[in-house]
Design a protein around this ligand. Structure first.
Ligand code: Q5B
Ligand code: MG
Length: 290
């Protein structure tokens, strides 16, 4: 499984930001050709992003390019960008499975012989996209995650955007549930006030609580705080280890249910503990014996 706790947007027309992306430690970097780039700069940004993909060392970060929507410059973007071997494309304003199928067709045509298939992440940010979330998630095996964009979504709804996010609660839940049902990841909307650290932590906690596996970011200062929320704590790891020990003991005694600190431990609790330990191992946080 690829870690996507953080996916940092970098405007595709900003050479300085594109150049420095490798030093931030984000799990993924999104080189943006869509909303961060003004219409008159689209051609120049496409060239810059293609060059960055081929020349900049992005260390261990996944290289993702946000293309433009299908009804604008997606075809030009895919043709120029896919041969430069991004790991994935972030496809904005996806509204139906056919949108994904169309991107797959164009991406496959642009791939060079021997090139691994480019993955797709569908950005759901319209009411139609949310209504079709599960079918979009299942549209093609290249789709590895659903991401949620709250600013475009609430603008389309005509809803008032609030810090608490009441207006996006059901859409967030639909995205998480649809992705989980399709066996792929869900990535939450960015927190747009880069100076409100406390707000970012609260919003990320809420996203994690809802089941998101990561969060879009717009500024490098947001990365460590988002990682902190998604990383298992020492307390989580200790609990998970004790869960596994207790269930192993119960199983040895012929039972599928154990008790830990007065609470029942059964299959779903064990699955949660295993996920924590898996993440801890992946992040190098596991203690000896994990
Ligand atoms: C927010 C702000 C202006 C703050 O500026 P500030 O100047 O206060 O930042 P500072 O922290 O002071 O910068 C300190 C140093 O970090 C460098 N630095 C900053 N940001 C960096 C970065 N991202 N990548 C690399 N480097 C970076 C900077 O160059 C400086 O470097 P240096 O000069 O060398 O010291 C800036 O971050 C920024 O532009 N972010 C990207 C915004 C963007 O991409 N938006 C579009 C994508 S979202 C979207 O589309 C979502 C959605 O789809 C979803 C929906 O629908 O809801 C939609 O539609 O909304
Ligand atoms: Mg958007």
């Amino acid at each position: 499984m690829d870690l996507r706790r953080t996916m940092l947007f970098m405007p595709g027309n900003n050479p300085g930001m594109l150049q420095n992306g490798g030093v931030f430690g984000a799990d993924a970097l999104i080189l943006d050709l869509e909303d961060a780039v003004a219409p008159q700069e689209k051609d120049a940004a496409r060239l810059l992003v293609a060059q960055a993909l081929q020349t900049v060392d992005y260390a261990t970060s996944e290289k993702v390019v946000r293309i433009n929507p299908l009804d604008t410059f997606a075809a030009e973007d895919i043709k120029a960008i896919v041969p430069c071997r991004p790991d994935a494309l972030l496809v904005p304003k996806v509204e139906k499975p056919e949108d994904i199928i169309e991107v797959v067709r164009m991406a496959a045509a642009a791939e060079q012989p021997g090139q691994p298939p480019v993955k797709l992440i569908a950005l759901l940010e319209t009411p139609a996209g949310i209504a079709e979330a599960y079918r979009i998630a299942k549209a093609d095996a290249r789709v590895v995650a659903l991401a949620f964009g709250a600013e475009d979504y609430t603008a389309a709804l005509g809803a008032k955007r609030t810090k608490e996010g009441t207006e996006i609660f059901s859409a967030r839940s639909i995205v998480v549930n649809s992705a989980a049902a399709a066996g792929i990841q869900s990535i939450d909307t960015p927190f747009t006030d880069v100076n409100d650290r406390e707000g970012l932590l609260e919003d990320t906690e809420l996203a994690k609580q809802l089941g998101f596996k990561g969060k879009l970011a717009i500024n490098p200062r947001q990365i460590d705080d988002i990682h902190k929320v998604f990383n298992p704590t020492d307390k989580d790891i200790d609990w998970a280890q004790r869960v596994i020990k207790s269930i192993r003991k119960a199983e040895a005694e012929g039972s599928g249910v154990a008790s830990l600190d007065g609470k029942m431990v059964d299959a779903p609790i064990v699955a949660r503990a295993e996920r924590i330990l898996y993440l801890a191992r992946l992040l190098g946080l596991a203690k000896e014996g994990v």
